[in-house]
Ligand binder design. Sequence first.
Ligand SMILES: [Zn+2]
Length: 199
Amino acid sequence: MTHPARRTQEGWSHPKDPAPGALNVVQMFVNSDDMEEGTDEFGSVEQTAAWLFAAGLLGEHEAVTEADRAQAVAVRGALRELLLANHERVPPDVAEARAVLDAAAADAQFELRFTGAGESQLVPTAPGVAGAIGRVLAIVFDAMHDGTWARMKACRNDLCLWAFYDHSRNRSGAWCSMETCGAQMKMRAYRKRHAAARS
Ligand SMILES: [Zn+2]
């Protein structure tokens, strides 16, 4: 079952419920790994460089190594763990994910800049992919402080895990889409109940 709104003609991730503002970059970063379609936009060094450049996170002539690519993949996985934890009233242990992000933040070499009256910004000063990842983490930092982060989630369908922004009033959204994953998961629960009733 394919999500029809997933891709534009350019092949760019196009979530149905885009996260507001810069948070959309984080959403696309996580969704660069499409579990359902089995495609990974960080599948090679060249792909990773092209993606980060297109997202405005990396300069055109900044080099990407295999270690950089692995780091982007690790950070992406850690962010997805945090998005899954946003479903829970009592969040699961995400210590491992936090350690990955802490290390990436250290590599990004953040500076706090006062950019205007009443405005400040975390700016990564590291060049290359460390800086590009830093720009993603700075958006996460801002979202955690303005309250939008709690609405960023990963779909609870474990075959999907698509990052979506939960627009529901009571923040109870569990699936990237009711029509696809929601229906699929409800059907699975229904079958399980019936199987249990028969035995
Ligand atoms: Zn889903």
